[in-house]
Design a protein around this ligand. Structure first.
Ligand SMILES: Nc1ncnc2c1ncn2[C@@H]1O[C@H](COP(=O)(O)OP(=O)(O)O)[C@@H](O)[C@H]1O
Ligand SMILES: [Mg+2]
Length: 268
């Protein structure tokens, strides 16, 4: 690294590791039902980095995220996550339907024993951050799908975790809304400096969001390839650069899937 520009911002490769995964394997089920979902996964995510895990349906992305979240235990291997329990956000917002937006966001703060007055202030800040400040007293069923995901994001951020795990969080939203939420997520990520591990099967979404894309093979899920994304931010989903990169990622994924299929045939 040299020159004045380089000294302004610490490049992500020099930052400490926030998520470290070593020799990780996970077998689901027993006996003849056994599925080797993940095999020998090695992965480092640096502080403040935005990493997308990209792979076909059923390749083990959710399994990996659940393991990093501590919701599942590895068959082999080790995982360390900076700052303890990471925050998690799934495709389904999973808000408490009987609580208002504001109460949903306050819930993790209450769990942490934050005093009422401080809690109210933090909830207001978070709702402003995700642009939901006018909807504090609404209940989840009164919100659109996109608003529910924003409320879920605010609730995840309320955990004050250093690492945020996201499992296809915008998969159920229409394309226009997804574009908007990509912009919002990028803004929140920059404002908070949080580390994000984001699962998707959509190459375009990975090209739009990631500092680095980690490609997973299928059955078993292995890290097949990695790619640093140097495109300037904010990116647009429909920009030629993002489309070009998405095309490249799609071809890579197809190669990986074909490679996997050939291996299986070789064994027969
Ligand atoms: N609890 C489970 N019991 C048995 N098999 C499972 C379980 N969870 C996932 N699997 C299997 O493990 C593989 C990976 O699943 P998953 O992690 O959900 O993939 P992805 O999120 O990439 O679609 C699939 O073959 C799936 O059927
Ligand atoms: Mg999944």
């Amino acid at each position: 690294m040299s020159g004045p520009a380089a000294s302004l911002e610490v490049s992500s490769a020099e930052r400490p590791v926030a998520v470290r995964v070593r020799a990780l394997s996970r077998v689901h089920g027993r006996g003849v039902q056994q599925v080797l979902a993940l095999e020998n996964i090695e992965l480092d995510v640096r502080q403040g980095e935005f990493v997308c895990l990209l792979g076909a349906s059923g390749c083990g992305k959710s399994t990996l995220l659940h393991l990093v979240a501590g919701l599942d235990q590895p068959t082999h291997g080790e995982i360390t996550v900076e700052g303890g329990q990471p925050a998690v956000m799934f495709q389904d917002a999973a808000l408490f339907p009987w609580l208002t937006v504001s109460e949903n966001v306050a819930f993790p703060l209450e769990m942490r024993g934050m005093a009422r007055a401080q809690r109210a202030q933090r909830v207001a800040e978070l709702l402003e951050l995700v642009h939901l400040d006018g909807f504090a007293q609404h209940r989840p069923h009164q919100l659109s799908g996109g608003m529910r995901q924003r409320a879920a994001l605010a609730r995840a951020l309320a955990q004050d975790a250093r690492v945020l795990l996201m499992d296809e969080p915008f998969g159920a939203l229409d394309a226009l809304l997804r574009d908007r939420l990509h912009d919002e997520l990028e803004r929140v990520w920059r404002a908070t400096g949080i580390t994000i591990l984001f699962v998707t099967h959509n190459p375009r979404e990975a090209a739009r969001l990631a500092d680095r894309v980690v490609l997973l093979s299928s059955r078993p899920g292995r890290v097949a390839d990695q790619l640093e994304v140097e495109l300037p931010r904010p990116r647009r989903m429909d920009s030629p650069d993002v489309a070009l990169l998405a095309g490249h990622l799609t071809r890579k994924l197809k190669e990986i899937i074909r490679g996997g299929a050939r291996d299986e045939n070789d064994e027969v």
